[in-house]
Design a protein around this ligand. Structure first.
Ligand code: ZN
Length: 201
């Protein structure tokens, strides 16, 4: 059935603010960190082409600045591991879905570990690299060990060179919940074996 002109998706930019989905907002909730009634909850849906519908949640406290965001697929997915080599502008717009349970590895650069403090979001390769860069910038700006500062500076240069297309980086995203993906034909996808407790290594 014709559904009118299909809008061509613009993949550039940081990829985190687009989409015309409606947002449910609840304000004045109790903050789990500072116990003030200044927590805002949001929930929205986003349809991700070639992946499906995801629900995005966030909690933000205006008093203590606590912030947590995560996402979940509408359909249950298999645990999966995505791997992609990226470089330059063509790859920077590739859509990335990352849940709070995902481990992101950029070999020889840095990792994003899963867990309580880890956020879930929809972004693109460039947005993901910028987040990793910010993480390394914190090290550069706060570390007292000069070797660590030098190492951070060279990693930041490496990321910049990748964004400019002068160097290749591999991005690996592993998510035992299956709520993460790299949406590109270039990405290799494997089913992930989830180790159960007591299973031999
Ligand atoms: Zn708070």
């Amino acid at each position: 059935m014709a559904k009118g002109a299909e809008q061509k998706e613009n993949n550039r930019g940081n990829g985190e603010s687009e989409g015309e989905s409606k947002i449910d907002v609840v304000m004045g909730e109790l903050c789990p960190v500072c116990s003030k009634k200044s927590l805002t909850l949001t929930e929205r849906e986003q349809e991700i082409p070639y992946f499906g519908k995801v629900f995005l949640f966030s909690m933000t406290c205006t008093s203590c600045k606590f912030h947590k965001a995560d996402l979940e697929c509408a359909e249950a997915k298999e645990p999966a591991r995505y791997s992609i080599e990226v470089s330059g502008s063509d790859d920077m717009g590739i859509r990335v879905v990352k849940s709070g349970q995902a481990t992101v590895k950029v070999p020889y650069v840095a990792n994003i570990e899963p867990g309580e403090a880890s956020n879930g979001y929809v972004t693109n390769v460039e947005g993901l690299l910028q987040r990793i860069k910010k993480q390394i910038e914190v090290v550069r700006d706060t570390e007292e060990d000069q070797d660590a500062v030098q190492k951070a500076k060279s990693l930041i240069k490496k990321i910049n060179r990748c964004v400019w297309g002068e160097e290749k980086l591999r991005i690996i995203i592993e998510d035992p919940t299956g709520n993460s993906a790299v949406i590109s034909e270039k990405a290799a996808v494997e089913k992930m074996k989830v180790k159960s407790v007591g299973e031999q290594h």
